[in-house]
Design a protein around this ligand. Structure first.
Ligand code: ADP
Ligand code: MG
Length: 686
């Protein structure tokens, strides 16, 4: 290939090396191994390859209906070929009377079989057999196509490459015993068969092998990273459960902990007592009570002479945590402060020295805490709430705020199915609160069309009459903030007209408000000075107002499933029956209808997450996207879950018996991983 085409291949597809080309996988194959007979074509037939004599080729129709129609005859019948584009050029190329080989998708037009825009080439009688492999078609781009590097031409390059390759150029990287046990194709054969399969079955086998390889290597890498961390990382030892923890637990805990909360606390206590750094993901559905677990952990740190820091993604949430922790700790000898972007200078000037001196025990904050100016005396524990809003680098910065890295507890309410969590965050330890506090009534969810909005508002009125509060959420949908804002304002005016002051008071919170305005408005709702909260999704995470019993989501069809679930989680936090009403336009799309159906059918975050995966694929799940771990080329965590499970077991088996990969049987695996060094993000989180 000349330098020009080489360059454009680099630019367009990132193909620099033979290996890149090898890993540029075809997105489909065309089966030209057989030559079909025209009489065998049925309405169920998809693609065919036909060899026959061209009878005629004439232009028919006018203007938009202009087309080239040809007929091709074999020993069994006649088929029609049609072109709508490039008509003149193709007509010039075709010679009635000659033999051609055509390939394409069949259709029926007025009872006769037809192929539109077939691939066509001249056919010589010696070639009575089709090709002996399925022909690959590769992803390409418009620019490449112009340069003559379309999906099929790339296939020619790949074909040439395979002619040059020896088996040893694609060395095996899975231990032989696993290859044998699972009857996997050897790696070099799998690559060849994936590009140029001898049959659809062979392709399938090759695909399975390479998918397994992707999963397996990822699992091995993550397990090794985790083991290395457990073995080598130094961490603070929280030796004792002391005064603070015990006093709070016995005297100030406002409720009995759930079994799941107790179990998670035990796991964390165990972790932090080992002298190793804890790096734990705590997953718990909305309302499962993660905050109190966080508080108890911070008291544990305090008992061992360490400071704690709790990070929240939004100012509202940080403020709320601060208020509720301050209230819970009011009779305890523990100091708590809040630091956010809008903390006044005077307050800041008090907080920072206290933090550096160690007289401040717990700091709650937003990313403002990450700034270099914020220095701790001895930071021992960092809690990151609703982690998906925090970037990886930001978390890493927290590490550096203490000579010995602090223990990290990442809390998330984004329900991720367990297997997926283990894959995505396989190098973190994992805890789950899989039990809701007792006495919660499941939220009743209903779908209503916009024309029923008045009834919905009436319903809110009746709930307010019982002393409850309601949320009305507007989506952020348009490309422009301005349109969103106008939409929200229109909604607000409508609500206001229906709920006039002074009988009713409404809070409004949205992204364009100054933090202190936001906080004041939120605060009024928390204190029940206002009965209605009109808001965009800024209240999506964490906000806790147990007295709120109605959640109305406007344009619900515009929201993703996990977002709907998060929003719904703002109600159902008290003892009262709560309601979630999903308002949509008249014709939600099919997928939107599916989402709404699921929401109405279940409150279970994990079930919803499963469905979300099905509907969207894992790449879209918030928080996983940036982890990059799940970006497999061939395998899909959703569709190939069984394979994922097998690969996980196999990876564990290998590492259990040979954690450092020193046995001869694991040598090829080790070599491969070493050759890939740098490609692997060994520990992405914290
Ligand atoms: P999330 O896990 O969504 O962050 P929170 O920590 O905000 O949930 O807790 C939700 C609500 O449940 C809070 O009002 C909290 O006080 C309450 N709660 C937490 N644990 C328990 C429990 N064991 N028993 C009763 N109520 C609880
Ligand atoms: Mg929370």
């Amino acid at each position: 290939m000349g330098p020009q085409r080489g360059d454009i291949l680099k630019k367009e597809l990132g193909i620099y090396t033979f290996n890149d080309l090898l890993e540029h996988f075809p997105n489909r194959h065309i089966d030209k191994t057989k030559i079909n007979l025209i009489k065998d074509i049925t309405p169920q037939t998809e693609f065919v390859q036909i060899a026959g004599k061209l009878i005629n080729a004439e232009i028919a129709g006018e203007k938009r209906g202009r087309r080239l129609v040809a007929s091709l005859k074999d020993s069994s019948g006649t088929i029609e070929l049609v072109w709508f584009q490039g008509i003149n050029w193709i007509q010039k190329m075709l010679q009635p009377g000659n033999e051609y080989l055509v390939y394409g998708r069949t259709g029926f037009f007025q009872g006769t079989p037809q192929i539109s825009h077939p691939e066509i080439e001249t056919f010589s009688r010696e070639k009575t057999e089709g090709k002996n492999f399925l022909e690959p078609v590769y992803p390409s781009t418009e620019k490449l196509k112009i340069k003559g590097l379309g999906g099929r031409q790339i296939g020619k390059l790949t074909y040439t490459l395979f002619g040059m390759l020896r088996a040893t150029d694609i060395p095996e990287n899975i231990p032989d015993n696993i290859i044998e046990q699972l009857k996997l194709l050897p790696r070099h054969i799998a690559y060849r068969q994936l590009h140029f399969p001898s049959s659809p079955e062979a392709y399938e086998q090759a695909l399975q092998r390479l998918k397994f390889e992707e999963f397996f290597l990822a699992q091995v890498r993550m397990n090794m990273a985790k083991a290395a961390r457990h073995r080598y990382s130094k961490g603070n030892t929280f030796e004792q459960v002391g005064e603070l923890f015990n006093t709070f637990y016995k005297q100030h805990l406002p409720f009995e902990l759930t079994g799941a909360q107790k179990r998670v606390l035990k796991e964390i206590r165990h972790d932090t007592a080992q002298g190793k750094q804890m790096n734990r993901l705590l997953q718990g559905d909305v309302g499962s009570g993660k905050t109190i677990v966080a508080l108890l952990c911070m008291l544990l740190a305090g008992d061992n002479g360490f400071q704690s820091c709790m990070l929240a993604p939004t100012e509202i949430l940080a403020t709320q945590h601060y208020n509720s922790l301050k209230e819970l700790l009011k009779d305890m000898p523990v100091t708590v402060e809040l630091l956010t972007g809008s903390t006044k200078k005077a307050a800041r000037n008090k907080i920072l020295p206290a933090l550096a001196a160690g007289s401040l025990h717990i700091l709650i904050g937003t990313h403002a805490v990450i700034e270099d100016a914020v220095q701790f005396h001895n930071l021992g524990l960092v809690i990151v709430d609703e982690q998906h809003r925090f970037g990886v680098e930001q978390r890493a910065k927290m590490w550096k705020k203490a000579p010995v890295p602090p223990h990290i507890l990442v809390m998330t309410a984004t329900p991720i199915p367990r297997t997926l969590a283990m894959t995505a965050y396989g190098d973190l330890d994992y805890s789950v609160i899989d039990e809701l506090p007792p006495g919660r009534k499941p939220i009743t969810t209903a779908h209503r069309y916009e024309y029923d909005r008045t009834k919905v508002l009436e319903f809110i009125k009746s709930e307010i009459a019982k002393g409850r509060q309601a949320y009305i959420i507007f989506p952020l949908i348009e490309e422009s903030e301005k349109l969103d804002f106008e939409n929200l304002m229109r909604g607000y005016e409508n609500v206001k007209a229906f709920f006039p002051e002074p009988k009713y008071w409404i809070s409004m919170v949205h992204g364009q408000q100054k933090p202190d305005v936001k906080n004041t408005n939120m605060d009024r709702f928390v204190k029940a000075d206002t009965q209605i909260m009109v808001s965009t999704t800024v209240i999506e995470v964490g906000v806790n107002v147990p007295n709120a019993s109605v959640m109305v989501i406007e344009s619900a069809e515009k929201f993703g499933l996990s977002q709907l679930h998060q929003l719904r989680g703002r109600v159902g936090r008290g003892a009262e029956q709560s309601f979630c009403i999903l308002l949509t336009g008249l014709q939600p799309t099919k997928v939107a209808r599916e989402r709404i159906k699921v929401m109405c059918a279940t409150n279970d975050g994990f079930k919803i997450a499963e469905k979300d995966l099905q509907l969207r694929g894992p790449g879209d799940i918030e928080g996983i996207r940036q982890s990059g771990v799940l970006n497999f080329k061939l395998a899909s965590i959703v569709l190939d879950r069984q394979l994922l499970q097998v690969s996980k077991e196999m990876a564990e088996r290998v590492l259990d018996s040979d954690p450092d990969l020193i046995l001869a049987e694991n040598l090829q695996l080790k070599r491969f991983l070493q050759s890939q060094k740098g490609k692997t993000a060994w520990s992405k989180i914290s």
